[in-house]
Design a protein around this ligand. Sequence first.
Ligand code: TRP
Length: 390
Amino acid sequence: MEKIILTGDRPTGKLHLGHYVGSLRRRVELQNSGRFDKIFVMIADAQALTDNADNPEKVRQNIIEVALDYLSAGLDPGRTVIFIQSQVPELCELAFYYMNLVTVQRLQRNPTVKAEIQLRGFSENSTESEDEGEEKGEKGEKGEKQEQQRRGIPVGFFTYPISQASDITAFRATTVPVGEDQEPMIEQTREIVHKFNAVYGPTLVEPEILLPDNAACLRLPGTDGKAKMSKSLGNCIYLSDTAAEVKKKVMGMFTDPDHLRVEDPGKVEGNTVFTYLDAFSRPEHFEKFLPDYPSLEALKDHYRRGGLGDVKVKKFLINVLNDTLEPIRERRRHYEQHIEEVYAMLQRGSERARQEAAQTLKDVRRAMRIDYFEDRELIAAQAEMYKNKQ
Ligand code: TRP
């Protein structure tokens, strides 16, 4: 069987270091490994619209940001098909058929959907009619939140795990490299594949999730030490940040609040600076920037013992991050001067993706017995039957 990757991101903002260690870096490695027959990376604009229906401009402006982040991180359009979800309408048709195989109750149990309903402030028991939701409440973040609460949960948002199953199965993906929060989506996809194949005969390919192997990469905290990087919390370091921005953000980073003086023993666990070093530092960084320490373990031991100040560790992290980001910045500078070509690349990728999805849709239609015009036998048998009736 062919080995195929599909993965993607919602274009609701620039990509940050959490995206990078959680999935993007891995994708580039997999691309360069040559172990995969096909690789598809999707800008999930249609999914982004499921909770941004009233803000299409945000999604529209962020397509190019995400595309630039992909190319700068090292995705190569010669080896990876980069495309835009909404430009592959076959995905909608697949989702429409899969909807018959999933219950409302199953969607309600999806932990990621549950968490996002909370996060977005959607109300599960809204009784307001849609018309009432239309009139604008007070402006600003809070007003927006109240408005959503009154409007309840959009059906498109509620069913996006089904649409994600279409994204994955349309490309017959065997491998989906994503962050931990996407686990319930892959599980849901596998269930849909089982159900579809059981009802209509073996047609769809069951995907496997590929999670980061390092705990720090699985869930990179924000610079404030909070569980996750998130634009609304203002705790992100972006792939497109300058060296000066990275420096400023790292200098303000959360460390061990009890490590007050240099000579105090410090805690490494839960210390954001060390979590970032777990995710980013490589042996050559020590040789290059901190030759007094042979390894991260040695640095951690010194910090635990006491006598190692936060500033020294932070300076090292700044060097590590900027060393990692510099080649990315350089590629970005190049692509920023070639925006038209980036769009042309996205268009070619979307056309290519469409061909692929159309083939799967054809198989699905045949399996579901809704391929009437292709089914000569059906037409002949019915013609015969009605002829004999007279
Ligand atoms: N849900 C993913 C995110 O929030 C984006 C996405 C959409 C995706 N469809 C996908 C990821 C299919 C992997 C596979 O970023």
